[in-house]
Design a protein. Structure first.
Length: 115
């Protein structure tokens, strides 16, 4: 049973940075790709970033425009999203997701960017 705990969100001014973390349970963490999604108020959840197995390859939504970096630490069963040059449009709840259980979501972590 995969469980995901998202953390690291907060209130930040536009142009600032945050580092999100997601701790995953399960011994098979390292064998599955991971991803980050977000949901802005009144909008559908959308893809933000993907991190493949071993973290050697990452891919991002167009709106990221080089501002975010996804990574993983398989020894800690944790995936990260380093966000910089944050904009008010980045406000939302951020969730990680595991390829081992695509229908499983944690509670997410709130990111609020003030302009």
């Amino acid at each position: 049973q995969v469980q995901l705990v998202d953390s690291g969100g907060g209130l930040v001014q536009a142009g600032g940075s945050l580092r999100l973390s997601c701790a995953a349970s399960g011994s098979t963490f390292s064998t599955y790709p991971m991803a980050w999604f977000r949901q802005a108020p009144g909008k559908e959840r959308e893809f933000v970033a993907g991190i493949n197995v071993s973290g050697g390859s990452t891919y991002y939504a167009d709106f990221v425009r080089g501002r975010f970096i996804g990574s993983r630490d398989d020894a800690k069963n944790t995936v990260y999203l380093q966000m910089s040059s944050l904009e008010s449009e980045d406000t939302g709840v951020y969730y990680c997701n595991s390829g081992a259980a695509p229908n499983v979501w944690g509670r997410g972590t709130q990111v609020t960017v003030s302009s």
